[in-house]
Design a protein around this ligand. Structure first.
Ligand SMILES: [Zn+2]
Length: 238
């Protein structure tokens, strides 16, 4: 009877990594044994300069800091794949609080708006959901618990205008070219109204070369965003 009541209050979860059942009272999505195996990013924060080097004379990188929860290695790879391809929204529920905790530990300030990286329409129809949007919802929820000012999710401000080539085999310069012009503001005036002078956090599942996120940042910056940071579940590299 007690177990039945507990099951009702705390529904049973299977570990998102190994599939084992997790004790109901733990109310977690990854068991402790697996949690210890996941490679936390330490530090979580990187600057645009440390990723891309000096921006070039008279230029500025469009974003300031990127934060990530995990390194894209070991079991994290499977976790992110599940998130991307099998509609495992629980991955976001699990990762968002960890990500936000790391951000705060490493001095991230407050944000006014959170913007998920959009998918191209065709990809969105095939997949049925945008994993970055699911993550952004949970990041907003986690941030709202921690900061004093209101944080707003803007999930219809940016669109992906065309499908880009898979980037895995591309050199950095090529990746940047591949992303150029792939994102746009849905409505420039509205974007200006919503972004001018605002502190923006762009959210995606994985940071690979940073070319996608940088292109999104460039577009949002053009609408007057004051400062732009990036947050992802995992990043490739150290
Ligand atoms: Zn496990």
């Amino acid at each position: 009877m007690v177990k039945k009541v507990l099951d009702f209050i705390f529904p049973n979860f299977s570990c998102l990594v190994c599939g084992d059942e997790i004790n109901v009272s733990a109310h977690a999505h990854v068991c402790n044994a697996c949690l210890n195996e996941l490679d936390l990013a330490r530090p979580s924060r990187r600057t645009a300069k440390s990723v891309f080097g000096e921006p070039g004379k008279g230029k500025k990188h469009p974003w300031r800091h990127s934060y990530t929860a995990f390194l894209y290695t070991g079991e994290v790879v499977g976790l992110v794949m599940n998130f991307k391809y099998s509609h495992q929204g629980l991955v976001a529920k699990f990762a968002a609080p960890i990500l936000v905790e790391q951000m705060l530990c490493e001095g991230a300030g407050e944000y006014d708006v959170v913007v998920p990286v959009p998918l191209a329409q065709k990809r969105l129809s095939e997949r049925g959901y945008n994993q970055a949007e699911l993550l952004a919802e949970d990041v907003v929820e986690a941030l709202a618990k921690e900061q004093e000012t209101k944080v707003v999710l803007l999930d219809s401000i940016l669109i992906k205008t065309r499908e880009t080539e898979p980037q895995v085999e591309m050199a950095t310069k090529k990746r940047q070219e591949n992303q150029k012009g792939a994102y746009a503001l849905v409505d420039k005036d509205r974007a200006n109204e919503l972004l001018n002078g605002k502190r923006v956090l762009i959210v995606d599942d994985v940071m690979t070369s940073g070319a996608t996120l940088t292109e999104c940042a460039r577009v949002l910056k053009s609408a007057g965003a004051e400062v732009i940071d990036i947050a992802t579940i995992a990043r490739i590299g150290s």
